[in-house]
Design a binder for this molecule. Structure first.
Ligand SMILES: *[C@@H]1O[C@H](CO)[C@@H](O)[C@H](O)[C@H]1NC(C)=O
Ligand SMILES: *[C@@H]1O[C@H](CO)[C@@H](O)[C@H](O)[C@H]1NC(C)=O
Ligand SMILES: *[C@@H]1O[C@H](CO)[C@@H](O)[C@H](O)[C@H]1NC(C)=O
Ligand SMILES: *[C@@H]1O[C@H](CO)[C@@H](O)[C@H](O)[C@H]1NC(C)=O
Ligand SMILES: *[C@@H]1O[C@H](CO)[C@@H](O)[C@H](O)[C@H]1NC(C)=O
Ligand SMILES: *[C@@H]1O[C@H](CO)[C@@H](O)[C@H](O)[C@H]1NC(C)=O
Length: 421
Protein backbone atom coordinates (compact mmCIF):
# COMPACT_ATOMS: atom_id res chain seq x y z
CA UNK A 1 0.00 0.00 0.00
CA UNK A 2 2.70 2.46 0.99
CA UNK A 3 4.58 1.48 -2.15
CA UNK A 4 1.58 2.44 -4.27
CA UNK A 5 1.32 5.72 -2.45
CA UNK A 6 4.96 6.51 -3.11
CA UNK A 7 4.49 5.70 -6.78
CA UNK A 8 1.56 8.12 -6.97
CA UNK A 9 3.64 10.84 -5.33
CA UNK A 10 6.54 10.23 -7.69
CA UNK A 11 4.35 10.52 -10.74
CA UNK A 12 2.94 13.77 -9.43
CA UNK A 13 6.41 15.14 -8.63
CA UNK A 14 7.57 14.55 -12.17
CA UNK A 15 4.61 16.41 -13.62
CA UNK A 16 5.41 19.41 -11.45
CA UNK A 17 9.15 19.54 -12.13
CA UNK A 18 10.18 23.12 -12.71
CA UNK A 19 11.94 24.12 -15.89
CA UNK A 20 15.66 23.88 -15.64
CA UNK A 21 17.75 26.38 -17.49
CA UNK A 22 21.32 27.61 -17.46
CA UNK A 23 20.51 31.12 -18.66
CA UNK A 24 21.21 32.62 -15.28
CA UNK A 25 24.59 31.00 -14.65
CA UNK A 26 27.11 33.84 -14.53
CA UNK A 27 30.80 33.17 -14.97
CA UNK A 28 32.67 35.10 -12.27
CA UNK A 29 36.24 33.73 -12.27
CA UNK A 30 38.08 31.63 -14.79
CA UNK A 31 41.65 30.40 -15.04
CA UNK A 32 43.55 28.14 -17.40
CA UNK A 33 46.17 27.75 -14.67
CA UNK A 34 46.09 29.55 -11.36
CA UNK A 35 48.15 32.72 -11.26
CA UNK A 36 49.66 33.74 -7.92
CA UNK A 37 50.48 37.11 -6.41
CA UNK A 38 54.28 36.96 -6.20
CA UNK A 39 56.48 39.10 -3.94
CA UNK A 40 58.72 39.64 -6.98
CA UNK A 41 59.24 38.38 -10.53
CA UNK A 42 62.59 36.93 -9.50
CA UNK A 43 60.98 34.75 -6.86
CA UNK A 44 58.57 33.30 -9.41
CA UNK A 45 61.34 32.54 -11.88
CA UNK A 46 63.46 31.01 -9.15
CA UNK A 47 60.67 28.68 -7.95
CA UNK A 48 59.88 27.69 -11.53
CA UNK A 49 63.52 26.87 -12.20
CA UNK A 50 63.63 24.75 -9.06
CA UNK A 51 60.40 22.94 -10.08
CA UNK A 52 58.79 24.27 -6.92
CA UNK A 53 56.18 26.06 -9.01
CA UNK A 54 54.57 23.99 -11.76
CA UNK A 55 51.59 26.15 -12.79
CA UNK A 56 49.30 23.35 -14.02
CA UNK A 57 49.57 21.47 -10.71
CA UNK A 58 47.72 24.06 -8.60
CA UNK A 59 44.05 23.30 -8.48
CA UNK A 60 41.11 24.70 -6.48
CA UNK A 61 39.21 22.24 -4.35
CA UNK A 62 37.19 24.18 -1.73
CA UNK A 63 36.24 27.84 -1.35
CA UNK A 64 34.37 30.11 0.99
CA UNK A 65 32.86 33.57 0.53
CA UNK A 66 33.19 35.95 3.46
CA UNK A 67 32.75 39.73 3.47
CA UNK A 68 34.52 40.99 0.35
CA UNK A 69 36.87 38.05 -0.02
CA UNK A 70 36.82 34.59 -1.52
CA UNK A 71 39.07 32.06 0.22
CA UNK A 72 40.42 29.03 -1.63
CA UNK A 73 42.09 25.75 -0.83
CA UNK A 74 44.71 24.31 -3.17
CA UNK A 75 45.56 20.77 -1.97
CA UNK A 76 49.18 19.76 -2.50
CA UNK A 77 48.13 16.68 -4.49
CA UNK A 78 51.19 16.98 -6.69
CA UNK A 79 54.63 18.58 -6.65
CA UNK A 80 55.27 22.21 -7.48
CA UNK A 81 52.40 23.78 -5.55
CA UNK A 82 53.84 26.78 -3.69
CA UNK A 83 50.67 27.81 -1.81
CA UNK A 84 47.81 25.78 -0.34
CA UNK A 85 45.51 28.49 1.09
CA UNK A 86 44.73 31.71 -0.74
CA UNK A 87 42.23 34.50 -1.15
CA UNK A 88 41.16 37.12 -3.68
CA UNK A 89 38.86 40.13 -3.41
CA UNK A 90 35.36 39.23 -4.63
CA UNK A 91 34.87 41.95 -7.21
CA UNK A 92 31.88 41.77 -9.48
CA UNK A 93 32.48 44.89 -11.59
CA UNK A 94 34.43 43.33 -14.44
CA UNK A 95 33.34 39.82 -15.34
CA UNK A 96 34.70 37.27 -15.80
CA UNK A 97 38.16 37.83 -14.35
CA UNK A 98 41.26 35.78 -13.66
CA UNK A 99 42.82 37.47 -10.63
CA UNK A 100 46.07 36.23 -9.08
CA UNK A 101 45.65 34.37 -5.80
CA UNK A 102 47.20 35.87 -2.67
CA UNK A 103 48.74 33.41 -0.24
CA UNK A 104 46.75 33.44 2.97
CA UNK A 105 47.47 34.38 5.71
CA UNK A 106 51.07 34.89 4.45
CA UNK A 107 53.82 33.41 2.27
CA UNK A 108 55.68 32.04 5.29
CA UNK A 109 52.60 30.01 6.32
CA UNK A 110 52.88 28.08 3.04
CA UNK A 111 56.31 26.57 3.69
CA UNK A 112 56.48 22.91 2.78
CA UNK A 113 57.88 20.62 5.52
CA UNK A 114 57.62 23.34 8.16
CA UNK A 115 55.07 21.73 10.47
CA UNK A 116 53.95 25.05 11.93
CA UNK A 117 52.98 26.17 8.42
CA UNK A 118 50.18 24.78 6.23
CA UNK A 119 51.06 21.58 4.34
CA UNK A 120 47.99 20.64 2.33
CA UNK A 121 44.60 22.23 2.82
CA UNK A 122 41.48 20.66 1.34
CA UNK A 123 38.69 22.03 3.49
CA UNK A 124 37.83 25.41 5.08
CA UNK A 125 34.87 27.06 6.77
CA UNK A 126 34.09 30.29 8.62
CA UNK A 127 32.42 30.56 12.02
CA UNK A 128 30.07 33.21 13.43
CA UNK A 129 32.97 35.45 14.53
CA UNK A 130 34.61 35.46 11.11
CA UNK A 131 37.25 32.96 12.13
CA UNK A 132 38.51 30.86 9.26
CA UNK A 133 38.83 27.17 10.19
CA UNK A 134 41.46 25.42 8.13
CA UNK A 135 41.91 21.64 8.03
CA UNK A 136 45.49 20.75 7.09
CA UNK A 137 45.66 17.06 6.16
CA UNK A 138 49.45 16.95 6.50
CA UNK A 139 49.58 14.61 3.49
CA UNK A 140 51.34 15.82 0.37
CA UNK A 141 51.69 14.56 -3.18
CA UNK A 142 49.10 11.80 -2.87
CA UNK A 143 48.82 11.72 -6.66
CA UNK A 144 52.53 10.99 -7.06
CA UNK A 145 53.99 9.44 -3.93
CA UNK A 146 52.65 8.95 -0.44
CA UNK A 147 54.50 11.35 1.77
CA UNK A 148 53.53 12.55 5.23
CA UNK A 149 56.00 14.64 7.13
CA UNK A 150 53.81 16.80 9.37
CA UNK A 151 50.85 15.71 11.50
CA UNK A 152 47.35 16.85 10.50
CA UNK A 153 46.07 19.95 12.29
CA UNK A 154 43.36 22.56 12.57
CA UNK A 155 44.40 26.17 12.15
CA UNK A 156 42.03 28.97 13.13
CA UNK A 157 42.68 32.39 11.58
CA UNK A 158 40.94 35.68 12.40
CA UNK A 159 39.77 36.94 9.02
CA UNK A 160 39.60 40.55 10.35
CA UNK A 161 43.30 40.69 11.14
CA UNK A 162 44.69 37.58 9.34
CA UNK A 163 46.33 36.55 12.61
CA UNK A 164 46.51 32.91 13.64
CA UNK A 165 44.42 32.41 16.74
CA UNK A 166 45.03 28.74 17.32
CA UNK A 167 46.84 25.76 15.89
CA UNK A 168 45.49 22.47 17.19
CA UNK A 169 47.48 19.42 16.11
CA UNK A 170 45.28 16.33 15.90
CA UNK A 171 46.64 14.12 18.69
CA UNK A 172 48.30 10.86 17.68
CA UNK A 173 45.80 8.80 19.68
CA UNK A 174 42.89 10.32 17.70
CA UNK A 175 44.05 8.96 14.35
CA UNK A 176 45.67 5.99 12.64
CA UNK A 177 48.68 5.97 10.41
CA UNK A 178 46.39 5.50 7.41
CA UNK A 179 44.00 8.28 8.45
CA UNK A 180 42.76 10.59 5.70
CA UNK A 181 41.64 13.93 7.11
CA UNK A 182 40.49 16.08 4.24
CA UNK A 183 36.88 17.05 4.97
CA UNK A 184 35.01 18.57 7.87
CA UNK A 185 31.76 20.23 8.90
CA UNK A 186 31.75 23.22 11.22
CA UNK A 187 29.07 24.09 13.77
CA UNK A 188 29.52 27.83 13.27
CA UNK A 189 27.67 29.06 16.38
CA UNK A 190 29.02 26.58 18.90
CA UNK A 191 32.45 26.41 17.23
CA UNK A 192 32.62 22.63 17.12
CA UNK A 193 34.16 20.90 14.14
CA UNK A 194 33.45 17.38 12.89
CA UNK A 195 36.49 16.15 10.97
CA UNK A 196 35.96 13.09 8.77
CA UNK A 197 38.54 10.31 8.84
CA UNK A 198 37.55 8.42 5.73
CA UNK A 199 40.21 5.75 5.37
CA UNK A 200 39.28 2.27 4.10
CA UNK A 201 39.62 0.36 7.38
CA UNK A 202 38.82 2.36 10.52
CA UNK A 203 36.85 5.41 9.53
CA UNK A 204 35.21 7.80 11.93
CA UNK A 205 34.67 11.36 13.09
CA UNK A 206 37.13 13.42 15.12
CA UNK A 207 35.24 16.10 17.02
CA UNK A 208 37.03 19.22 18.26
CA UNK A 209 35.55 21.91 20.46
CA UNK A 210 37.11 25.38 20.35
CA UNK A 211 36.05 26.42 23.86
CA UNK A 212 37.47 23.39 25.65
CA UNK A 213 40.19 22.39 23.19
CA UNK A 214 39.11 18.76 23.61
CA UNK A 215 39.31 16.19 20.80
CA UNK A 216 37.13 13.06 20.72
CA UNK A 217 37.03 10.20 18.26
CA UNK A 218 34.00 8.17 17.17
CA UNK A 219 34.06 5.15 14.91
CA UNK A 220 31.64 5.31 11.97
CA UNK A 221 31.93 2.49 9.48
CA UNK A 222 29.64 4.14 6.90
CA UNK A 223 32.43 6.64 6.12
CA UNK A 224 34.67 3.96 4.59
CA UNK A 225 34.46 3.56 0.86
CA UNK A 226 33.92 0.02 -0.43
CA UNK A 227 37.14 -1.56 -1.53
CA UNK A 228 35.66 -2.34 -4.93
CA UNK A 229 35.10 1.38 -5.51
CA UNK A 230 38.44 1.40 -7.29
CA UNK A 231 36.41 0.83 -10.47
CA UNK A 232 35.72 4.59 -10.55
CA UNK A 233 38.30 4.95 -13.24
CA UNK A 234 38.81 8.70 -13.21
CA UNK A 235 39.97 8.92 -9.60
CA UNK A 236 43.06 7.09 -8.34
CA UNK A 237 41.87 4.60 -5.68
CA UNK A 238 44.10 6.02 -2.95
CA UNK A 239 42.35 9.40 -3.07
CA UNK A 240 38.75 8.16 -3.38
CA UNK A 241 38.37 8.30 0.44
CA UNK A 242 39.18 12.03 0.27
CA UNK A 243 35.80 12.67 -1.35
CA UNK A 244 33.32 12.49 1.48
CA UNK A 245 30.81 15.29 1.61
CA UNK A 246 29.59 16.35 5.01
CA UNK A 247 27.40 19.17 6.23
CA UNK A 248 25.71 20.17 9.43
CA UNK A 249 22.09 21.27 9.61
CA UNK A 250 21.98 23.20 12.87
CA UNK A 251 18.24 23.70 12.67
CA UNK A 252 17.72 19.94 12.89
CA UNK A 253 20.92 19.04 14.74
CA UNK A 254 21.77 16.55 12.06
CA UNK A 255 25.12 15.84 10.48
CA UNK A 256 24.52 14.77 6.88
CA UNK A 257 27.13 12.93 4.87
CA UNK A 258 27.70 10.95 1.75
CA UNK A 259 30.72 9.03 0.52
CA UNK A 260 31.71 9.39 -3.09
CA UNK A 261 31.58 5.70 -3.95
CA UNK A 262 28.05 5.14 -2.64
CA UNK A 263 25.23 7.37 -3.68
CA UNK A 264 23.39 7.31 -0.36
CA UNK A 265 22.65 10.33 1.76
CA UNK A 266 23.09 9.52 5.44
CA UNK A 267 22.74 11.43 8.66
CA UNK A 268 23.38 11.12 12.34
CA UNK A 269 21.80 13.12 15.16
CA UNK A 270 24.65 15.25 16.57
CA UNK A 271 23.51 14.51 20.10
CA UNK A 272 25.23 11.09 19.76
CA UNK A 273 28.55 12.90 19.94
CA UNK A 274 27.77 13.98 23.50
CA UNK A 275 27.14 10.39 24.62
CA UNK A 276 29.81 8.08 25.92
CA UNK A 277 29.85 5.81 22.90
CA UNK A 278 32.89 4.91 20.80
CA UNK A 279 31.04 3.68 17.76
CA UNK A 280 28.17 5.68 16.27
CA UNK A 281 27.61 3.40 13.24
CA UNK A 282 24.33 2.04 14.61
CA UNK A 283 22.89 5.57 14.95
CA UNK A 284 23.36 6.41 11.28
CA UNK A 285 20.17 6.78 9.23
CA UNK A 286 20.12 6.20 5.49
CA UNK A 287 17.78 8.58 3.65
CA UNK A 288 18.17 7.00 0.24
CA UNK A 289 19.86 7.63 -3.06
CA UNK A 290 20.94 11.14 -3.92
CA UNK A 291 23.32 10.43 -6.79
CA UNK A 292 27.06 10.60 -6.47
CA UNK A 293 28.10 13.91 -4.96
CA UNK A 294 31.31 15.67 -4.04
CA UNK A 295 30.07 18.60 -2.00
CA UNK A 296 27.19 19.03 0.39
CA UNK A 297 26.46 22.37 2.07
CA UNK A 298 23.74 23.85 4.26
CA UNK A 299 22.73 27.49 4.21
CA UNK A 300 21.42 29.68 7.01
CA UNK A 301 17.80 28.98 6.03
CA UNK A 302 18.10 25.23 6.50
CA UNK A 303 18.44 24.35 2.82
CA UNK A 304 20.96 21.78 1.69
CA UNK A 305 22.68 21.86 -1.68
CA UNK A 306 24.73 19.11 -3.29
CA UNK A 307 26.04 18.34 -6.71
CA UNK A 308 25.14 15.20 -8.63
CA UNK A 309 28.15 14.18 -10.66
CA UNK A 310 26.43 12.15 -13.38
CA UNK A 311 23.69 14.69 -13.97
CA UNK A 312 25.87 17.81 -14.21
CA UNK A 313 23.61 19.43 -11.72
CA UNK A 314 23.18 20.88 -8.27
CA UNK A 315 20.15 19.96 -6.19
CA UNK A 316 18.47 21.66 -3.27
CA UNK A 317 16.58 19.99 -0.47
CA UNK A 318 14.97 21.29 2.67
CA UNK A 319 13.77 18.90 5.31
CA UNK A 320 10.32 19.90 6.41
CA UNK A 321 9.35 19.38 10.02
CA UNK A 322 5.88 18.09 9.34
CA UNK A 323 6.18 15.68 6.46
CA UNK A 324 9.15 13.50 5.81
CA UNK A 325 9.99 13.16 2.20
CA UNK A 326 13.41 12.98 0.64
CA UNK A 327 12.88 14.58 -2.73
CA UNK A 328 15.70 16.87 -3.77
CA UNK A 329 14.93 19.47 -6.35
CA UNK A 330 17.41 20.20 -9.13
CA UNK A 331 18.17 23.93 -9.17
CA UNK A 332 20.78 24.03 -11.88
CA UNK A 333 21.65 21.60 -14.58
CA UNK A 334 23.83 22.77 -17.37
CA UNK A 335 26.31 21.68 -19.95
CA UNK A 336 28.48 24.45 -18.52
CA UNK A 337 28.80 22.24 -15.45
CA UNK A 338 29.79 19.13 -17.35
CA UNK A 339 33.17 19.16 -15.65
CA UNK A 340 33.82 18.18 -12.09
CA UNK A 341 32.07 20.31 -9.46
CA UNK A 342 34.41 20.52 -6.51
CA UNK A 343 32.69 22.97 -4.20
CA UNK A 344 29.61 25.08 -3.52
CA UNK A 345 28.77 28.06 -1.35
CA UNK A 346 25.78 30.34 -0.86
CA UNK A 347 26.20 34.07 -0.28
CA UNK A 348 24.07 36.43 1.82
CA UNK A 349 22.05 37.55 -1.20
CA UNK A 350 20.93 34.02 -2.05
CA UNK A 351 23.33 33.27 -4.91
CA UNK A 352 24.68 29.77 -5.19
CA UNK A 353 28.36 29.75 -6.19
CA UNK A 354 29.83 26.75 -7.97
CA UNK A 355 33.47 25.75 -8.57
CA UNK A 356 33.71 23.67 -11.71
CA UNK A 357 37.00 22.27 -12.93
CA UNK A 358 38.63 19.62 -15.08
CA UNK A 359 39.57 17.29 -12.27
CA UNK A 360 39.45 14.24 -14.56
CA UNK A 361 42.22 15.71 -16.71
CA UNK A 362 44.13 16.90 -13.65
CA UNK A 363 44.14 13.55 -11.86
CA UNK A 364 45.29 11.80 -15.04
CA UNK A 365 48.08 14.33 -15.70
CA UNK A 366 46.24 15.23 -18.87
CA UNK A 367 45.82 18.95 -18.20
CA UNK A 368 45.50 21.13 -21.29
CA UNK A 369 46.99 24.55 -20.72
CA UNK A 370 44.96 26.21 -23.49
CA UNK A 371 41.61 25.37 -21.85
CA UNK A 372 39.67 27.15 -19.13
CA UNK A 373 40.40 24.54 -16.50
CA UNK A 374 38.94 26.21 -13.43
CA UNK A 375 35.73 28.22 -13.45
CA UNK A 376 33.49 29.73 -10.80
CA UNK A 377 29.85 30.48 -11.59
CA UNK A 378 27.02 31.88 -9.60
CA UNK A 379 23.29 31.63 -10.01
CA UNK A 380 20.38 33.09 -8.07
CA UNK A 381 18.42 30.33 -6.36
CA UNK A 382 15.06 31.26 -4.88
CA UNK A 383 14.50 30.06 -1.35
CA UNK A 384 11.14 30.05 0.30
CA UNK A 385 10.93 31.06 3.90
CA UNK A 386 10.22 28.19 6.26
CA UNK A 387 7.14 26.36 5.01
CA UNK A 388 4.43 26.67 7.63
CA UNK A 389 2.03 23.90 8.40
CA UNK A 390 -1.34 25.14 7.18
CA UNK A 391 -0.32 25.89 3.65
CA UNK A 392 -2.67 27.92 1.59
CA UNK A 393 -3.34 27.20 -2.02
CA UNK A 394 -3.78 24.05 -4.01
CA UNK A 395 -1.47 21.19 -3.21
CA UNK A 396 -2.11 18.21 -5.43
CA UNK A 397 -0.13 15.80 -3.28
CA UNK A 398 -2.41 16.24 -0.32
CA UNK A 399 -5.57 16.13 -2.36
CA UNK A 400 -4.36 12.80 -3.75
CA UNK A 401 -3.42 11.63 -0.27
CA UNK A 402 -6.89 12.43 1.07
CA UNK A 403 -8.64 10.78 -1.90
CA UNK A 404 -6.40 7.76 -1.44
CA UNK A 405 -7.23 7.52 2.27
CA UNK A 406 -10.96 7.82 1.51
CA UNK A 407 -10.73 4.97 -1.00
CA UNK A 408 -8.80 2.81 1.48
CA UNK A 409 -11.40 3.68 4.11
CA UNK A 410 -14.21 2.59 1.80
CA UNK A 411 -12.43 -0.67 1.00
CA UNK A 412 -11.91 -1.38 4.71
CA UNK A 413 -15.56 -0.66 5.46
CA UNK A 414 -16.63 -2.94 2.63
CA UNK A 415 -14.38 -5.75 3.89
CA UNK A 416 -15.74 -5.35 7.42
CA UNK A 417 -19.32 -5.44 6.15
CA UNK A 418 -18.56 -8.46 3.99
CA UNK A 419 -17.06 -10.26 7.01
CA UNK A 420 -20.13 -9.65 9.15
CA UNK A 421 -22.37 -11.26 6.54
C1 LIG B 1 16.71 34.35 -14.15
O1 LIG B 1 16.60 35.07 -12.92
C2 LIG B 1 15.50 35.97 -12.88
C3 LIG B 1 15.54 36.69 -11.54
O2 LIG B 1 16.82 37.04 -11.19
C4 LIG B 1 14.20 35.21 -13.04
O3 LIG B 1 13.14 36.11 -13.07
C5 LIG B 1 14.24 34.42 -14.35
O4 LIG B 1 13.09 33.62 -14.44
C6 LIG B 1 15.46 33.54 -14.40
N1 LIG B 1 15.54 32.90 -15.69
C7 LIG B 1 15.73 31.60 -15.82
C8 LIG B 1 15.76 31.13 -17.24
O5 LIG B 1 15.87 30.84 -14.90
C1 LIG C 1 32.89 45.60 0.52
O1 LIG C 1 33.36 46.54 -0.41
C2 LIG C 1 32.51 47.64 -0.61
C3 LIG C 1 33.06 48.53 -1.71
O2 LIG C 1 34.28 48.10 -2.15
C4 LIG C 1 32.34 48.40 0.69
O3 LIG C 1 31.46 49.47 0.50
C5 LIG C 1 31.80 47.45 1.73
O4 LIG C 1 31.76 48.09 2.98
C6 LIG C 1 32.68 46.23 1.85
N1 LIG C 1 32.03 45.31 2.73
C7 LIG C 1 32.65 44.74 3.76
C8 LIG C 1 31.84 43.82 4.56
O5 LIG C 1 33.82 44.95 4.00
C1 LIG D 1 35.68 40.67 13.25
O1 LIG D 1 34.94 41.88 13.10
C2 LIG D 1 33.55 41.76 13.31
C3 LIG D 1 32.89 43.09 13.04
O2 LIG D 1 33.78 44.03 12.62
C4 LIG D 1 33.28 41.28 14.73
O3 LIG D 1 31.90 41.11 14.92
C5 LIG D 1 33.99 39.94 14.96
O4 LIG D 1 33.83 39.52 16.28
C6 LIG D 1 35.46 40.10 14.64
N1 LIG D 1 36.06 38.79 14.73
C7 LIG D 1 37.00 38.46 15.61
C8 LIG D 1 37.48 37.07 15.56
O5 LIG D 1 37.47 39.26 16.39
C1 LIG E 1 49.75 5.33 -1.98
O1 LIG E 1 49.40 4.27 -1.09
C2 LIG E 1 48.27 3.54 -1.46
C3 LIG E 1 47.94 2.54 -0.37
O2 LIG E 1 48.96 2.35 0.52
C4 LIG E 1 48.49 2.88 -2.80
O3 LIG E 1 47.34 2.18 -3.19
C5 LIG E 1 48.81 3.96 -3.82
O4 LIG E 1 49.07 3.37 -5.06
C6 LIG E 1 49.96 4.81 -3.39
N1 LIG E 1 50.08 5.91 -4.32
C7 LIG E 1 51.18 6.17 -4.99
C8 LIG E 1 51.07 7.27 -5.96
O5 LIG E 1 52.21 5.56 -4.81
C1 LIG F 1 50.78 1.55 10.88
O1 LIG F 1 50.58 1.07 12.20
C2 LIG F 1 50.66 -0.33 12.32
C3 LIG F 1 50.37 -0.68 13.76
O2 LIG F 1 49.27 -0.01 14.21
C4 LIG F 1 52.03 -0.79 11.90
O3 LIG F 1 52.10 -2.19 11.97
C5 LIG F 1 52.33 -0.33 10.50
O4 LIG F 1 53.66 -0.67 10.13
C6 LIG F 1 52.16 1.16 10.37
N1 LIG F 1 52.33 1.56 8.99
C7 LIG F 1 53.08 2.58 8.62
C8 LIG F 1 53.13 2.85 7.17
O5 LIG F 1 53.70 3.25 9.41
C1 LIG G 1 18.36 13.99 18.56
O1 LIG G 1 18.55 13.41 19.82
C2 LIG G 1 18.02 14.16 20.88
C3 LIG G 1 18.42 13.49 22.18
O2 LIG G 1 18.29 12.11 22.11
C4 LIG G 1 16.50 14.24 20.73
O3 LIG G 1 15.97 15.03 21.77
C5 LIG G 1 16.18 14.89 19.39
O4 LIG G 1 14.80 14.87 19.16
C6 LIG G 1 16.88 14.12 18.27
N1 LIG G 1 16.67 14.84 17.04
C7 LIG G 1 16.26 14.26 15.92
C8 LIG G 1 16.09 15.15 14.75
O5 LIG G 1 16.00 13.07 15.86
Amino acid sequence: MSVKFIVVLCILKCCFCEDISDNNLTLIFKWNTLELKWPSKERKTQLMDEQKYIPENSFIRDFKLWKNWTYFTIPRWKKGIPITLARIPTELNVLPTSPPLEPYPSWSMQTLDDCFALQSVHSIDIDKDGQLWVLDSGMVEELRVNRTYCPPKLVIIDSNTSLIIKEAVIPANMKFNNSILTTMALEREKQIVYVVDSNYYNSGFIVYEYQTGIFKRFLCEQLSPDEDSSNINYIPPNIIPEFVSVSLNTERDKLYFSTFDSSDLLYVNVSVFTRSVNDISSFVVNLGKNGRSVKLISDSKGYMYFNIVNERSVAQWRESSWVFQYTPHIVVQSKLLCHWISSLDVDDEGYLWIVSNRFHDYSKDNFKLEKENIRIFRIYVPRKEKPKRPRTGFNAEYVVLILFLIIIGLIVIEILMFNTD
